[in-house]
Design a protein around this ligand. Structure first.
Ligand code: ZN
Length: 284
């Protein structure tokens, strides 16, 4: 039962996360998607001003390709510290099926300062015809343990409700601190299909005490994140998940998507969380 957010709906602040870049599509999909460190940092600055309190990041190399280079993540971090005020930095450990287990966590442990948060993918997910990010239980335990020891909050990425027992397993092993921070993901290739019933089912089954955000890809981003806000949840927007502002119209920037999420939160009667509010709510 993770509906506690609904009880104090009007006072409960909405955490807006922005995923600016991702590790998949690039400027060929939307020329406004930022890939280079300074470009990303300027974009994040605008997102922070618009109400984002967490930024979820994947680094890209000079050619815009997905990379796990620690140096590149450090460069990204340095530019963020230069351009941004107080936004919470969240690095991905994604890239299963491409990068090694150690490569995936190295930027989290080896950059300075360390990110306050990093993702843990709680199970397998398919990409295209031949790639599967496997994400074994053993790997999840290892990542959660190393993040705990490093003082980095795990963001639990759940591609379907069948991965909720993996979260419960990490809790039973004492690897997660309360409140848990979970992302319910919709609309991926072999993930949970988007839809109101599936959102309710997913969230009802998350282990308490939890704060959760909704992530939905492509055309599902706007309706699903709006439903999540109306349910007392939090949202993730940005061009990693969705390159469009509306049907047939590419997003001009990540900030444009954040601005809309903040406007919707306001219309729904919920205040938008600052980075400091988010730290309080998530126990960072
Ligand atoms: Zn990501």
């Amino acid at each position: 039962m993770a509906y506690s957010g609904y009880e104090d709906y009007f006072s409960k602040r909405v955490i807006i996360s922005v995923a600016t870049t991702g590790g998949h599509h690039g400027k060929e999909a939307n020329p406004n998607l930022p890939t280079q460190p300074e470009e990303v940092a300027k974009d994040i600055r605008a997102c922070e001003e618009a109400g984002a309190s967490i930024v979820h990041l994947h680094a890209r190399d000079d050619e815009g390709e997905n990379t796990k280079s620690v140096e590149r993540y450090q460069e990204l971090r340095d530019r963020i510290d230069e351009y941004c005020d107080d936004i919470i930095v969240n690095f991905t450990t994604g890239g299963g099926g491409i990068f090694s287990r150690e490569e995936r966590i190295a930027p989290i442990l080896e950059t300075e300062p360390r990110p306050e948060m990093a993702t843990v993918d709680l199970g397998p997910i398919n990409f295209g015809q031949t790639r599967t990010a496997v994400n074994t239980r053993e790997q999840n335990e290892e990542y959660a343990e190393r993040m705990r020891d490093a003082g980095v909050k795990p963001e639990l990425e759940l591609f379907n409700p069948g991965q909720i027992p993996e979260a419960e397993h990490l809790i039973e092993k004492g690897l997660l601190e309360e409140p848990y921070w979970a992302t319910a993901i919709f609309g991926m290739q072999n993930g949970m299909p988007a839809g109101p019933g599936n959102l309710v089912t997913f969230v009802e089954n998350l282990p308490d005490p939890v704060e959760w955000q909704c992530l939905a890809v492509g055309k599902h981003q706007l309706p699903m994140t709006t439903m999540a806000m109306a349910m007392g949840g939090h949202v993730r927007v940005g061009m990693e998940d969705n390159i469009y502002y509306r049907k047939g119209e590419l997003a001009e920037s990540n900030a444009q998507l954040v601005e809309r999420a903040a406007r919707i939160a306001d219309e729904l009667g919920r205040p938008v969380a600052t980075p400091e509010d988010t730290r309080d709510m998530l126990g960072l």
